[in-house]
Design a protein around this ligand. Structure first.
Ligand code: ADP
Ligand code: ZN
Length: 557
C-alpha cells in the first residue's frame, strides 16, 4: 500500500516495512530502497490514495492562514461595534412586551395556553367585576352605540401571589384578546426618555392589535405619589408615568384597549392615576379565605394523582394566610416529595411535609446538638404548647416538634379553628402569654435563661405595641393611634414617624412592659401548676421528637 508521503510495503509473509516517502523520489524508487525486487514491483498494482488527514498539512495550512484570520476577526469586531453603537439607543427605546394568548398567538404562530376565569379559583367578586371588562373587549359597539364611555383602566390591588397577573391574563383569555405585559420596574432605565418611548411603542402595538389587554405590573414603581421620598423627583419615572397617562387620555371612543395595572401598594399611588378616565376601576384581590383556598388547591391538583385520603378541605383549613402562589407551591412541593419517595400517589404525609417546608424551611437533618440543648429545646417548646393549650382564646395545638427547621430549633404549631377577621383584646393577651411560655418553662425548669426565646420576645413585643398604638386597647392611653406609617418609593416602608409627645412615648413603653410582664406572669403560673404535664410532653418530645394533636391531647388530659 502506498500513501502519498509514506511508503508501506507488506511482504507476503505478512510482516510490513514502512518509511516516510521522500517527496523528491518516486514511489517505485522508494520501494526499491526498502528492498522490493524489481520483478515483484512490476506485478504490483499501484494505487494512489490521498491521505485522510495529516497533522503536518493542517499545521502548515494554519500557519499560512492565521495572520489573515486574525486581521479578519479584528475587522469584524470593529465593524460590529460601530454598528451597535449607532443602534443601541434605538434598541432600548423599543419595548419588548411579551404577547400572549388569543389572536396574537395566531399572528406569531405560537401556541400559548389560554387562561380563562376557570383557572382562577376563589376570587368570585373580582371575577364578577372583571366580567364587565371582558364584555367591553368583546362587544364594544354595543356600549359605544349607547354613548357609554368604555373604561380604559382597571387597577388591581392585592399582595403579591394573589393572582393579579393570572387574573389579567384570564380577562384577555376570556375576551380572546392579545395580552401585552410589561412591568413598572422595567421602566426604570438609565436614560431619561427611554421609558416614555417604550410606553408609546407598547400602546401603539396594542392599538394595532385591538381589542387588546395591556398589563402593567408593579405600577407603583413608576406611579408613586409625586413628591414623597428621598432625593427629590425622578425624571425618568415621572416621564414614564406621564406617558402612560397621555396614552390613556388619547384613547378615542373607538379604542378597544384596556389597561390593567397591578400593585400591592394602592395607598402610595399618585392620585392622578386614579382620576376618572384613567384607572378609575379598582378590583381588589384579597388573601383567599378557607373556601377559596380549597378551590385554588383543587385547581392546582387537577391532573395530579392524589391519594384518596388527602382532604383538600382539611388542607385549606391548615393554610390560613397562604395566597394562591403559596398554594400552588404547596401542591408542587408535595408532588416533588412524592416523586422523590418513588410513590405513585401524592399522600397526606407529602402534603404535611411540604407545608412545613414552606412555613418553616426544610428540615435540618443531621444537625449536631448537645443532649442538654436538646432537653432545653424540648422544655421550651413544651412550655409554649402547655400555655397555649390553657388559654381560653388559644387555638388547639396541631403539632409540637423539636426537629429544627430553618432558623428555629423547634416549633409549636397551632391549628386555627376558623378564619378570624376580628380579634379581641383577650386573644392578643393569650397569644402573648403563649409566646412567652417557652421562656417561662426555661426559667422554671432550668433556672437558666437562653437566647432561644429571642424570636418569641420580638413577636410578643410587636403584638403588645400594636395593641396600644394601633388598636386602642390600652385603658390609660385611650382610644387613639400612635405614629404614622411612612412609605418610601425606594425603600418601601420607612417605619413610623411619631406624631405624639416625648412624654407619651414613655407612657407607651411603660404600657408595653406592663402587658408583657402580666402575660409572663400568667404563663409562669400555668407552668408551675401544670409542671407534670409539661414534663410528660417534654419527655415524649425527647423520645419521638414530634407530638401530633391526638397524642398531645392525650398527654394533656
Ligand atoms: P401576582 O401577580 O398577584 O403576584 P400571580 O398572578 O403571579 O400573582 O400568581 C402566581 C401564581 O399563583 C399563578 O400563576 C397561579 O398559579 C397561582 N394563583 C394565584 N392565585 C390563584 C387563584 N386565585 N387561583 C388559582 N391559582 C392562583
Ligand atoms: Zn419559642
Amino acid at each position: 500500500m502506498l500513501l502519498c508521503d509514506r511508503a508501506e510495503y507488506t511482504k507476503f509473509d505478512g510482516t510490513s516495512l514502512g518509511s516516510r516517502k521522500e517527496s523528491n523520489i518516486s514511489a517505485v524508487e522508494s520501494l526499491q530502497i526498502l528492498g522490493a525486487s524489481p520483478e515483484a514491483l512490476k506485478t504490483l498494482p499501484i494505487k494512489v490514495e490521498s491521505p485522510g488527514f495529516s497533522f503536518g498539512n493542517l499545521f502548515s495550512l494554519l500557519l499560512t492562514l492565521a495572520p489573515l484570520l486574525f486581521v479578519g476577526f479584528i475587522f469584524f469586531r470593529f465593524l460590529r461595534q460601530m454598528q451597535s453603537g449607532s443602534d443601541i439607543l434605538g434598541r432600548i427605546g423599543r419595548s419588548a412586551p411579551r404577547v400572549l394568548s388569543g389572536a396574537a398567538a395566531k399572528d406569531d404562530k405560537v401556541k400559548m395556553p389560554v387562561v380563562t376565569f376557570e383557572d382562577v379559583a376563589g376570587a368570585e367578586q373580582a371575577k364578577m367585576e372583571l366580567l364587565e371588562v371582558v364584555e367591553f373587549l368583546k362587544e364594544s359597539e354595543k356600549f359605544v352605540n349607547l354613548g357609554a364611555r368604555i373604561p380604559k383602566g382597571v387597577l388591581m390591588a392585592g399582595v403579591s401571589g394573589t393572582g393579579k397577573t393570572l387574573m389579567a391574563k384570564a380577562v384577555a383569555g376570556e375576551a380572546g384578546a392579545p395580552f401585552f405585559s410589561i412591568s413598572g420596574s422595567e421602566f426604570v432605565e438609565m436614560f431619561v426618555g427611554v421609558g416614555a418611548s417604550r410606553v408609546r411603542d407598547l400602546f401603539k402595538r396594542a392599538r394595532e392589535q385591538s381589542p387588546a389587554v395591556i398589563f402593567v405590573d408593579e405600577i407603583d414603581a413608576v406611579g408613586r405619589r409625586r413628591g414623597i421620598g428621598l432625593g427629590g423627583g425622578n425624571d425618568e419615572r415621572e416621564q414614564t408615568l406621564n406617558q402612560i397617562l397621555v396614552e390613556m387620555d388619547g384613547f378615542g371612543t373607538d379604542t378597544n384597549v384596556i389597561v390593567i395595572a397591578a400593585t400591592n401598594r394602592p395607598d402610595v399611588l399618585d392620585p392622578a392615576l386614579l382620576r376618572p378616565g384613567r384607572f378609575d376601576r379598582k378590583v381588589i384581590l384579597d388573601r383567599p379565605d378557607v373556601t377559596a383556598r380549597e378551590a385554588i388547591l383543587r385547581v392546582h391538583s387537577r391532573g395530579k394523582p392524589l391519594d384518596p385520603t388527602v382532604s383538600l378541605t382539611d388542607l385549606a383549613k391548615l393554610t390560613p394566610g397562604f395566597v394562591g402562589a403559596d398554594l400552588e407551591n404547596l401542591v408542587n412541593e408535595a408532588a416533588i416529595l412524592a416523586a422523590r419517595r418513588d410513590l405513585s400517589l401524592i399522600g397526606p404525609p407529602e402534603f404535611q411535609d411540604a407545608m412545613e417546608r414552606i412555613v418553616a424551611g426544610p428540615e435540618r437533618k443531621g444537625q449536631i446538638i448537645s443532649a442538654h440543648e436538646r432537653e432545653m429545646v424540648a422544655y421550651h417548646e413544651s412550655g409554649h404548647a402547655v400555655v397555649m393549650h390553657n388559654m381560653e382564646n388559644g387555638d388547639p395545638i396541631h403539632k409540637v416538634s423539636i426537629i429544627s427547621r430553618g432558623m428555629a430549633l423547634g416549633y409549636t404549631m397551632p391549628l386555627p379553628a376558623s378564619e378570624k377577621y376580628l380579634r379581641s383584646k383577650e386573644a392578643f393577651e393569650d397569644e402573648i402569654a403563649g409566646l412567652l411560655g417557652g421562656r417561662a418553662a426555661e426559667e422554671i425548669i432550668f433556672k437558666q435563661l437562653t437566647t432561644g426565646a429571642a424570636n418569641d420576645l420580638e413577636r410578643a413585643t410587636e403584638l403588645a405595641r400594636s395593641m396600644i398604638t394601633r388598636y386602642g386597647f390600652s385603658e390609660t392611653l385611650g382610644l387613639r393611634t400612635f405614629g404614622q406609617v411612612q412609605g418610601n418609593p425606594y425603600l418601601g416602608n420607612l417605619g413610623e414617624t411619631p406624631n405624639y409627645s416625648e412624654a407619651m412615648s414613655q407612657c407607651i413603653d411603660q404600657e408595653i412592659s406592663q402587658i408583657l410582664s402580666t402575660a409572663y406572669q400568667r404563663a409562669k403560673n400555668i407552668i408551675i401548676h401544670q409542671k407534670d404535664k409539661l414534663e410528660k410532653l417534654a419527655k415524649a418530645l425527647l423520645d419521638i421528637e414530634t407530638v401530633e394533636r391526638p397524642q398531645f391531647e392525650g398527654l394533656m388530659a
